[in-house]
Design a protein. Structure first.
Length: 392
């Protein structure tokens, strides 16, 4: 594994990553790099969707108002979601297209949001690789046979997404006609290679990612193979989502903030860069999002996504200054502010909008997912407020 000569972060913004022409992913004629932005629009895109406020913002174009959507906008804070989920497991709902489509539409029907995000989970691919995944109440996702050796890495399968996860594409196909009629884009998504590798190794949520880092440091060749497997699987999975009708995609690197700049550059950036290069060829906007990762943002932004997601820890204008020229930004309200008094929520929303300063390319969102204790009325009021305050 080639390592940077210094552990120091570069003083200037990193340049865009060049894919390795010898890497297996470069040999697939169906994938490749679309340099610069905006991204190529996939053939057959619905005109109303293409010209929507959200899609215009992903391209850095002026929109009639700042578009709004929320991570985890279909979730436990909604009474209708809780009613539909009663007696059904998370994985059952994800794997049942009618249910996944209905849940995806719940917030679209309840609030004037500018994008839908498919009801799914970043861990959905793990069982297809041979990992036993369960969502345990009060604990969260648990892997019962986590990766703990180089042999475990080599035993992981990389099946075709069309065969191993056909329910995802079917859910999208059910959604697209309804969303197109409303002029609403659908966002597909995956977890990033590092975040999924960490789940696979830790077996559950972690504070310090000891097991992940031990394998990363002790077995760099096995780590590179692991990242390559996730890169291949996730690129294929996103391809199926876009082919089915997703208008944009987001890559969630939820745990990447645990890494130093050096470790990100050395162990994570190459595979993630290749994944983004492959996905950009699909002709839809790519959003790349990490939490607690401001120190990594210049490197993350250099991978060439159309939009960078920012969490709430850094002012929006500061986060935007760390991006590449022309990149759009998404964020960045603290999700706990959705439970604050309106006067405070309004004040901090105004602050974020002031930091955006009316520049084209801002998508208003929370800096992580909506929490279950959130009042749905707050989502409605906030969405309407952002639209009103930014309408041109």
């Amino acid at each position: 594994m080639t390592r940077p000569q210094s552990e120091q972060a570069p003083e200037t913004q990193p340049t865009a990553v060049k894919p390795d022409s010898t890497h297996p992913s470069a040999q697939d004629p169906s994938i490749g790099r679309v340099p610069g932005r905006p991204s190529v629009t996939k053939p057959g895109a619905d005109p109303k969707v293409y010209d929507s406020a959200f899609m215009r913002a992903t391209r850095g174009e002026k929109a009639d108002y700042t578009p709004v959507w929320f991570m985890r906008q279909a979730g436990r804070y909604m009474p209708e979601y809780r009613a539909l989920r009663a007696g059904k497991s998370m994985l059952d709902c994800i794997r049942t297209p009618d249910l996944a489509a209905e849940i995806t539409l719940q917030p679209i029907k309840a609030f004037p949001l500018d994008a839908a995000i498919l009801f799914n989970d970043i861990l959905t691919p793990l069982p297809t690789m041979g990992l036993s995944l369960d969502f345990v109440g009060g604990v969260g996702p648990v892997i019962h046979n986590p990766v703990s050796s180089t042999r475990d890495v080599d035993m992981l399968a990389v099946p075709a997404a069309a065969e191993s996860m056909p329910f995802t594409a079917e859910s999208i196909r059910l959604l697209v006609p309804e969303l197109n009629s409303r002029g609403i884009p659908l966002i597909g998504f995956v977890g990033a290679p590092f975040t999924l590798a960490s789940y696979a190794i830790e077996g559950k949520g972690s504070r310090n990612y000891e097991k992940t880092k031990r394998l990363m440091y002790a077995e760099p060749a096995a780590w590179e193979r692991l990242m390559g497997k996730f890169e291949a699987l996730l690129a294929d999975y996103l391809t199926e989502q876009v082919k089915a009708g997703a208008s944009a995609v987001q890559i969630f690197d939820s745990w990447v903030g645990a890494l130093s700049v050096y470790d990100y550059q050395t162990f994570v950036k190459p595979a993630t860069g290749r994944l983004i290069e492959r996905v950009k060829k699909l002709g839809v906007p790519v959003i790349y999002f990490g939490t607690g990762a401001t120190h990594l943002m210049p490197d993350m932004a250099s991978l060439g996504s159309d939009v960078m997601g920012a969490d709430w820890r850094t002012p929006l204008d500061k986060a935007w200054s760390l991006c590449q020229k022309g990149q759009s930004i998404q964020g960045n309200l603290d999700p706990l502010l959705l439970q604050a008094p309106w006067r405070e929520l309004k004040h901090q929303t105004d602050r974020i909008l002031a930091e955006a300063a009316g520049r084209p390319g801002h998508i208003f969102n929370v800096g992580h997912g909506i929490l279950p204790e959130t009042n749905p009325d707050t989502i409605l009021r906030l969405t309407q407020y952002v639209h009103e305050q930014t309408r041109k």
